[in-house]
Design a binder for this molecule. Structure first.
Ligand SMILES: *Cc1c(COP(=O)(O)O)cnc(C)c1O
Length: 372
């Protein structure tokens, strides 16, 4: 009874969300801090004072939200933890933004709009595991390029393959699960050598924790699509809100995909919450800075105990210790009530991906890890 295309589906496996007990949840890169109290209050007031709004269709294009988001990006320079306006007069305008129901949905529309089934999409091995899932969903072949020995992206090889296939490229920067970031200059030099008439996607889910954003490169490259989310640095994984920033023609193409599938991806409630989130940027700047401080102290803790930890620019660390088995490490933490992420994927079985929590959670984690 199943369609032919079902054969190509290999669904994403998220970090576990068990409810058998209260775990310290450090396995899904969620933000340990709640959303801004001002945003929460504004949403309660919205539901209380204007319940009739929930009976009406929301703005299909989230226009008020896009304007507030452009303002937040311009004020913070696209990196909350650094919080400095863009250099050189670059500005994001609302017509460069497409907003959707979580960046996973946005990514799926990006795949639909820009990647063809007769051109191999170039992507690095060990990156966000939703990319191959969408390749299966839309029948897009990929050309997967191994990372180098130090876990860095093999830029020369990726450029070579994109030119050979005359195809698009997708990367996460900073990357998950490795936590490593490339500089804006590195990506500028990369894009100058890659096909200019194929879309180049940079997924910046983690950039607010100290990476370098490529947003200013939109002034130079008409083929750049930057994907971002409210789920990590904007404490909003439960909101389901993600977006792209790109030249207006590409943002319009993704809007066309949306209007051919689900006209109203963001409900009225989420639009309100996200709007107030953007208006209270200072709160999220502080949250991002706290996460960065906890992360750097945790990296130091691990290195003092001879763990091998990559230099994270994200809200998680990717680590292992020689002689310590990844799975048993994961299991003993779980017994202690702490969930972290590990992978059965060949080559990274011994690594743990640990989300940075708040001070209390990190103290509990450090206590539990002293035994390893
Ligand atoms: C978490 C994550 C996303 C998805 O975020 P949602 O907006 O919650 O769908 C996208 N890309 C990467 C690399 C992520 O880690």
């Amino acid at each position: 009874m199943l369609s032919e295309r079902m054969k190509n589906l290999d669904p994403y496996k998220p970090g576990e969300q068990p409810n058998d007990r209260e775990y310290i949840k450090l396995n899904a890169n969620e933000n340990p801090y709640p959303p801004s109290p001002k945003a929460a209050q504004a949403v309660s007031a919205f539901v209380k004072d204007k319940p009739q709004k929930l009976g009406l269709y929301p703005d299909p294009d989230s226009n008020e939200l896009k304007a507030a988001l452009a303002e937040l990006l311009n004020k913070t320079g696209g990196v909350l933890s650094k919080n400095q306006a863009f250099e050189g007069g670059f500005k994001v305008t609302p017509d460069m933004i497409y907003m959707g129901n979580g960046s996973d949905e946005v990514l799926s529309f990006v795949f639909y709009a820009f990647f063809d089934s007769d051109k191999k999409l170039v992507r690095p091995e060990y990156s966000y595991s939703f990319y191959p899932v969408y390749c299966g969903f839309y029948g897009i072949p990929s050309d997967t390029v191994p990372l180098k020995g130090d876990w860095s992206v093999d830029i020369d090889e990726m450029i070579f393959r994109a030119n050979k296939n005359h195809s698009s490229t997708i990367i996460a920067n900073p990357n998950a699960p490795t936590s490593l970031g490339l500089s804006r200059d590195q990506i500028r030099a990369w894009m100058r050598r890659a096909p200019r008439d194929r879309v180049f996607v940079v997924d910046e889910a983690y950039v607010d924790f100290g990476g370098e954003t490529v947003l200013p490169l939109l002034a130079e490259f008409k083929n750049l699509v930057v994907v971002r989310t409210f789920s990590k640095s904007l404490c909003g994984a439960g909101l389901r809100c993600g977006y792209i920033v790109a030249n207006p023609e590409l943002a319009q193409a993704v809007t066309t995909v949306k209007n051919s599938l689900n006209h109203f991806p963001l409900d009225a409630f989420t639009q309100k919450f996200a709007l107030e989130t953007c208006r209270d940027g200072d709160y999220y700047v502080q949250c991002a800075q706290k996460v960065v401080a906890e992360r750097d102290s945790f990296i130091e803790f691990l290195r003092e105990r001879s763990w091998n930890v990559l230099q994270s620019q994200t809200n998680f660390v990717f680590c292992k210790k020689n002689g310590v088995d990844g799975r048993s490490c994961y299991e003993s933490l779980k017994k202690e009530g702490i969930l972290v992420r590990r992978f059965d994927t060949k080559g990274i079985e011994q690594y743990l991906r640990i989300t940075i929590g708040n001070a209390e959670q990190m103290n509990a984690l450090k206590e539990a890890m002293k035994n390893f």
